[in-house]
Ligand binder design. Structure first.
Ligand SMILES: Nc1nc2c(ncn2[C@@H]2O[C@H](COP(=O)(O)OP(=O)(O)OP(=O)(O)O)[C@@H](O)[C@H]2O)c(=O)[nH]1
Length: 347
């Protein structure tokens, strides 16, 4: 049966970031292994030194696999490298080498990379079993190629520090990814995709919130704008041309209002401008400016463009629907009187 999951749920945006971060971790880990190669040669542990060369080759292959979008291969290589390296490092120079700390890096990676949380839990369980088994084993066997206690301490501190650094990097990365995704979602939830203006839900929330917090600016004027004969524009020039007209109108409105004003697409070919601190008369001046700007807006279409505008003021404590309804009533008075007009609410 076809997968009917919505596309946006199937393709989680942070997943691309996850692979980017995995690639960076491979570069880091490969570089650390190169440092270890030199270190273990100097410490007289050639087996461990050459293990690090194999590790570098595995990370290089994983980086190539990630670039070639062979993510499964990359993940398999990383898992094999880290688990085998942790086991061999512990067996050869002892548990105190701290190579096992690197296994812990898989815990966040499993939850971020697995398809489901259940799979991630299985992975964590397997990882825990491996970690505990290695820990128990190392209590009974002596290191096969011990190094001096001082060198062991340095290897331990080095591994511990690298794991601290990598966890910090991962945390910064995840917090950054979540913050960016959250900001993006908030923006999408508040804006209209076609015009880039705020949407109806946002402006209602804004008005209700400012009402609840107490009117900071005294009266607030509401301008309800409707593009005249928009259906005819769509019918004569096509829906895409209609969309361009809506964008041109939204630009014209934005250009005429102040920074503290909010402009939203109210729906279809209707817009709402919220002008805090404006009374009916000053709102009329701004509306008149908007009306003229729309008339002069270059749409490239051989047809006149105009808007009708109804204005009301929103009084503190008044239900929002009432002030919108009064602006709507004024707007339709303007439509009936011939369009391309600014009308004030009468009550
Ligand atoms: N291109 C485009 N058209 C839209 C969009 N949203 C609504 N419309 C169209 O806007 C038109 C609105 O038409 P009407 O409500 O009849 O209003 P009008 O033709 O502007 O007439 P008056 O308001 O009386 O001047 C409809 O044809 C809708 O299909 C949109 O996002 N893009």
């Amino acid at each position: 049966m076809a997968d009917v999951t919505p596309v946006f749920e199937r393709q989680s945006a942070p997943r691309g970031q996850f692979w980017k971060m995995t690639r960076l971790c491979c570069i880091w880990a490969g570089s650390i292994d190169a440092a270890f190669f030199v270190l273990f040669l100097l410490l007289g542990s050639p087996i461990l030194a050459w293990i690090n060369i194999i590790s570098i080759a595995m990370y290089a292959t994983a980086i190539w696999a990630l670039k070639a979008r062979r993510n499964r291969l990359a993940v398999a290589l990383i898992w094999i490298e880290v688990t085998v390296h942790a086991a061999l490092g512990s067996l050869l120079i002892g548990w105190d080498s701290g190579f096992h700390y690197f296994l812990l890096m898989f815990i966040p990676a499993l939850f971020a990379g697995m398809r489901t949380t259940r799979h991630a839990w299985y992975g964590v369980l397997g990882l825990w079993a491996f970690y505990v088994a290695l820990d128990l084993l190392m209590r009974f066997v002596e290191p096969l190629q011990p190094i001096s206690p001082a060198a062991l301490l340095w290897v331990h501190l080095f591994n511990l520090s690298v794991v601290f650094l990598m966890f910090s990097y991962l945390s910064v990365f995840y917090v950054g990814t979540v913050t960016r995704a959250d900001r993006h979602l908030r923006r999408m939830a508040a804006t209209d995709a076609l015009t880039g203006l705020y949407n109806r839900r946002y402006v209602i929330n804004l008005l209700e919130r400012s009402q609840a917090e107490g009117a900071e600016f005294g009266t607030t004027a509401l301008l309800l704008l409707d593009v005249d004969h928009f259906k005819a524009i769509n019918d004569q020039h096509g829906h895409e041309a209609g969309d361009l007209v809506l964008q041109a109108v939204s630009r014209a409105i934005k250009a005429c209002v102040r920074e503290q004003d909010t402009v939203a697409r109210w729906g279809g070919e209707e817009f709402l401008a919220v002008l805090p601190g404006s009374d009916l008369e000053s709102a009329r001046t701004i509306a008149e400016r908007v009306r003229q700007a729309v008339e002069q807006a270059g749409t490239g279409l051989a047809c006149p463009l105009s808007v009708s505008i109804g204005i009301s003021t929103h009084q503190a404590g008044e239900p929002l629907n009432n002030s919108i309804a009064r602006a709507d009533e004024a707007l339709y008075r303007g439509k009936s009187a011939g369009r391309n007009r600014v009308e004030l609410a009468t009550n």
